[in-house]
Design a protein around this ligand. Structure first.
Ligand SMILES: Nc1ncnc2c1ncn2[C@@H]1O[C@H](COP(=O)(O)OP(=O)(O)OP(=O)(O)O)[C@@H](O)[C@H]1O
Length: 338
């Protein structure tokens, strides 16, 4: 098991960062009827970890037992029937899914599937009526229509179901949905907090970590906890015992993008564009999200460009990034930027 999974804190009391948020959530879950929750913040910093711990606090250790199901739903949309395939993770008291996976059919997922799940009210062990939790990931990627439907579901079934929404950017979630949830922002941890987590893992693994080594990893991690832990594990595989001068390798996909940026700068011809397209495909095949590729490519290009061109390149990158979000085939838009 990778360290990021092995050392993911399981309960709200064991959090090494965001302890204050965890304690507030604990109070909320134990003392009151929990509202709908919206977790947002940069990637790799503990949203999922907190959500899992909240579920554990609500339903006990049983919340961790989940089964993965991929089902095709037949949805009646007026004159025709639509097939929507969706993967869900379901436990006894909760269901987790990523409704934006259904692409432009996402509103059917919200209108039919989520509504159906929200309707059924479970009965707890004491015979009282309990509630079900639906965890929806990447809600910022949902279309407007889907978000409007979500708002209706939230209102109508609030007695039988609680929603826990998770996303990177709350500005892409409509005001109507945001205002019906308790918004929980999960900030990127500081470098000191990252060092604390790395030292904790080092201790658990029984490693000798030279002074300053953890803080070097933290400063290269871009304040992402997941990235810092992955880098730490890469260093461990590469060389142990650690030395204070040991090179911390960059992520290979990042290095690959930096090569693409050099290719673009060296020559601007159809032949080179063709070669770059192949490399972009390679990244997409390895499941690097297109938006992340574009962002990274832009930051690599900005390092190499003349000051007067920077503004224009940023403008076109932003323009095509927006179009990419509206469209389905990312490669066209990435190529347009190149
Ligand atoms: N409070 C914490 N204390 C210690 N380690 C943590 C904490 N929160 C998260 N981590 C570590 O950071 C890793 C990444 O966290 P997590 O998967 O929760 O991020 P995320 O914000 O949900 O990311 P994404 O938005 O990309 O899904 C976890 O695997 C875990 O090892």
């Amino acid at each position: 098991m990778l360290w990021v999974d092995k050392y993911r804190p399981k309960t709200l009391d064991k959090m090494i960062v965001h302890e204050d948020v965890a304690q507030n959530l604990k109070k909320l879950v134990t003392e009151q009827d929990c509202p709908h929750l919206l977790f947002y913040g940069p990637s790799g910093n503990g949203k999922k970890t907190l959500i899992m711990a909240v579920l554990r606090q609500m339903f006990g250790a049983g919340a961790e037992k989940v089964k993965v199901e991929t089902k095709t739903w037949k949805i009646d949309a007026g004159s025709r029937t639509i097939d929507v395939e969706l993967t869900t993770l379901s436990g006894t008291h909760h269901v987790e899914m990523n409704p934006s996976d259904a692409g432009f059919q996402d509103r059917y997922v919200v209108q039919e599937i989520i509504k159906e799940m929200a309707k059924n009210r479970p009965i707890d062990t004491k015979g009282k009526k309990g509630y079900k939790v639906l965890v929806l990931n990447e809600v910022d990627k949902l279309s407007r229509e889907a978000q409007h439907s979500l708002r209706r579901t939230m209102e109508k079934y609030s007695a039988s179901c609680r929603l826990i929404l998770c996303c990177n950017s709350s500005s892409k979630v409509t005001e109507a949905v945001r205002s019906r949830c308790l918004n929980v922002r999960i900030n990127a941890p500081t470098e000191e907090q990252i060092v604390r987590v790395l030292e904790f893992i080092g201790k658990k693994e029984g490693l000798q970590v030279p002074p300053g080594f953890a803080s070097r990893i933290a400063s290269q991690s871009n304040r992402s906890l997941r990235r810092a832990i992955l880098l730490f594990e890469t260093c461990r595989v590469q060389q142990y015992p650690f030395t204070s001068s040991q090179v911390i390798p960059p992520m290979d996909w990042e290095q690959y993008i930096s090569e693409i940026a050099s290719d673009i700068m060296q020559e601007q011809s159809p032949k080179r564009l063709f070669a770059v397209r192949g490399k972009l495909y390679e990244l997409l095949i390895n499941c690097i999200p297109p938006v992340i590729i574009l962002k990274r490519l832009l930051s690599e290009l900005l390092k190499k460009l003349d000051a007067e061109l920077k503004h224009e390149v940023c403008h076109w990158a932003a323009y095509y990034e927006h179009r990419m979000r509206l469209g389905q085939k990312a490669i066209f838009h990435m190529e347009a930027v190149v």
